[in-house]
Design a protein around this ligand. Structure first.
Ligand code: GLC
Ligand code: GLC
Length: 651
């Protein structure tokens, strides 16, 4: 609707709010009076965000006859959840609103872990806070810990109830306690928001199965193959080894159900305003438990459109922005992290202060591995030069490994522009990291080989992929040293290049692959379990123990993390790739608050020389302090870097 170019939406937005708010204020008056001052601030935020919220919701649901009802229900949910927000979280909201860029600090360092694998249950997690502190961690992501099906559950990514914790792990009250203790210790709690799908055992799915039309409307179900076949033509299979196609026949319903991932993960239908409203309530419920960052799972798949691959649709962005606006109003301390493991052009579109302030950085992750295997940094250099910059107020979450597989994401034209054939390069990388390539040190496992397209991804721990497993097996100290250096090389970049480094628990002590999943029928078909290790390292501070490989890693990791915190130049912000004239050397400049750091890294298996022409201009005095070793280095004759070594020069 366009009335002569005049944008009618702001006016209509104000009108709607004017109608709705007084009624709701009257309805909630007895609960609002005692918190009059806070309510005032809530309303300020509401007025600040309302226009955009209205416009997102209008875009998604404005065509439905009951749009005004949708607005009312959502506003009511907002007020209710805000009323339930505990006092200390409201104070946290104030602090975060006063300092919205808190997460950009170089002090931020994260870890992600499965509670059962790490500490059996929530109660014992608290005992590990000293361990976290030693590593300097400020951000703790607990992998899905909600009630989920007993059999296969995709590592918890099939959620049956967003409000209950899996009883093996603890209770919601324990989670709140953990959140509060962590908050006191300066550690932010991060949880997943698995909002693209529920498990087929969620109440909504159960009611849908029983034939309740309201709940059938929560999902995509089809009486026959007509539409599924039309959609399917454009869809990719995420787990091709498990099953072909994105639809599952359900006997109870006698219908096909849309299941992008596993057959027990039912995609939610966000074209239904009730789904949006219901999930918004779950989101705000989690925020009120003390969760400070929600990792938005599988964002790319949220919206379906016939004739497209149903990934990264514009409405997926609008939906997330609408959630973002709700959070800004009712739980402003809450941030979003996007999990979009898709083409780099698309990944970046989810990152915006109005959408997800944080995002995984799959491009950096995959290209670090790429450069390690090829010992050639040109693709990394080229891609980072052009693709690293984010909107102000946002940050990358840089990771080397996570609970998922590695897919070789990079732009094909980027590769071609430096003479790399993308398809054969990906084949090479798969062969290299699964150890098939002659001379490879890596011990990865194939993940989800697609018989039709030949695509495959790679599973494996940081250490096993970097050669430690093979080196330990051979008990060869020279090979062990090489593997250790490769790992520290990658970690050094992860903590310095800009953004929040996220450690995958276990990597701080050099965890290698765990093959026990092969004997578990619930896991054997999913090689990602090879890096979701059962084995644990008890960090006993027994001095006799300190020479072990585990301690060596632990010390290196803690050193890098803590060094990061001391260097203002590493505050999130600009990163400038610096030319080295040597295809094995990757270098970049970080600058902030009067400090400049020149980071130079050597990806080669041999020592490499940085020509004086490329380093002298950055180091006017000819000499600079290297923060990694604490020594001063003269660069007038260039710089000699041993294999897999790096320098962080204060220039
Ligand atoms: C995300 C998770 C992955 C899961 C998928 C489906 O990609 O990281 O582990 O399989 O979503 O929820
Ligand atoms: C994710 C990604 C896919 C990934 C999978 C889980 O959402 O899109 O590439 O491998 O789900 O492992």
């Amino acid at each position: 609707m366009n009335h002569g170019g005049h944008d009618w939406k702001p006016e209509q937005a104000r009108k709607s709010l004017k109608r709705l708010l007084p009624e709701l204020e009257a309805e909630f008056s007895t609960r609002l009076e005692p918190v009059a001052f806070d309510w005032h601030r809530f309303k300020n935020r509401l007025h600040r965000e309302w226009e955009r919220l209205f416009s997102y919701l209008h875009e998604l649901y404005g065509w439905q006859y009951d749009f005004h009802y949708t607005l009312e229900r959502i506003l009511r949910s907002l007020i209710e959840s805000w009323l339930e927000r505990p006092e200390d979280l409201r104070r946290l909201d104030e602090r975060r609103e006063a300092e919205p860029e808190w997460f950009q600090s170089q002090e931020m360092v994260g870890i992600v872990l499965y509670v059962d694998l790490f500490s059996d249950h929530l109660a014992k997690l608290k005992d590990n806070i000293p361990y976290f502190k030693k590593l300097g961690l400020t951000y703790l992501h607990l992998m899905p810990l909600f009630v989920s099906p007993h059999g296969e559950n995709d590592g918890g990514y099939a959620v049956s109830d967003y409000r209950s914790i899996n009883p093996d792990l603890g209770t919601m009250q324990e989670l709140e306690e953990v959140a509060a203790v962590l908050r006191d210790e300066g550690i932010s709690l991060v949880l997943d928001f698995v909002f693209n799908h529920t498990s087929d055992e969620h109440q909504w799915a159960l009611r849908a199965k029983s034939g309740d039309p309201d709940y059938m409307g929560f999902y995509f179900t089809f009486p026959d193959r007509e539409l599924p076949d039309q959609f399917q033509r454009y869809l990719r299979d995420i787990f091709p080894e498990v099953r072909a196609g994105s639809f599952t026949w359900n006997d109870e319903l006698q219908r096909w159900v849309w299941t992008t991932f596993n057959s027990y993960q039912w995609d939610l239908n966000y074209a239904n305003a009730e789904v949006f409203r219901a999930m918004a309530e779950e989101m705000l419920f989690l925020a009120n438990r003390g969760v400070e960052v929600l990792r938005l799972d599988a964002v790319a798949f949220l919206w379906k459109r016939l004739g497209t691959d149903c990934e990264n649709q514009p409405e997926a962005h609008t939906t997330i922005r609408a959630f973002n606006a709700l959070a800004r109003i009712a739980a402003p301390a809450l941030l979003f992290k996007s999990e979009a493991i898709v083409h780099p052009n698309e990944v970046i579109r989810y990152v915006h202060p109005d959408e997800c302030q944080l995002s995984y950085n799959p491009l950096l992750m995959s290209l670090l591995w790429e450069a390690l295997a090829t010992q050639d940094v040109r693709l990394l250099e080229h891609s980072m030069r052009t693709r690293y910059r984010l909107a102000a107020g946002c940050a990358w979450v840089n990771y080397l490994r996570c609970h998922d597989d590695i897919g070789w994401t990079f732009d094909d034209d980027d590769a071609r522009s430096i003479g790399i054939d993308p398809a054969s390069h990906r084949r090479f990388l798969n062969q290299f990291y699964t150890g098939e390539f002659p001379g490879s040190y890596a011990r990865g496992k194939k993940f989800q080989e697609n018989a039709l397209t030949g695509d495959v991804r790679v599973s494996g721990t940081l250490s096993s992929l970097a050669g430690l497993e093979a080196a330990l097996e051979r008990d060869d100290s020279e090979l062990i040293e090489r593997a250790v250096r490769r790992i520290t090389l990658l970690m050094g970049i992860q903590v310095s290049i800009g953004g929040l480094p996220l450690l995958y628990a276990g990597d701080e002590y050099g965890m290698i692959n765990d093959y026990t999943y092969l004997h578990d029928p619930r896991k054997v078909n999913d090689s990602r379990w090879v890096h979701r290790c059962r084995k644990r390292w008890e960090a006993k501070e027994d001095l006799a123990d300190l020479d072990t490989i585990e301690w060596r890693f632990f010390r290196e990791t803690a050193k890098l993390f803590n060094l990061r915190k001391r260097l203002p130049a590493l505050y999130n912000g600009g990163m400038e790739v610096v030319e080295t004239g040597n295809p094995h050397l990757f270098a970049f400049l970080r600058a902030h608050a009067e400090q400049r750091l020149l980071v130079v890294t050597n990806f080669s298996e041999t020592d490499q020389q940085l020509d004086p022409r490329f380093v002298v201009p950055w180091v006017p005095g000819g000499e600079a302090l290297d923060h990694l070793t604490g020594t001063r280095i003269t660069v007038t004759d260039g710089l000699m870097l041993e294999h897999h070594r790096a320098v962080w020069l204060d220039v």
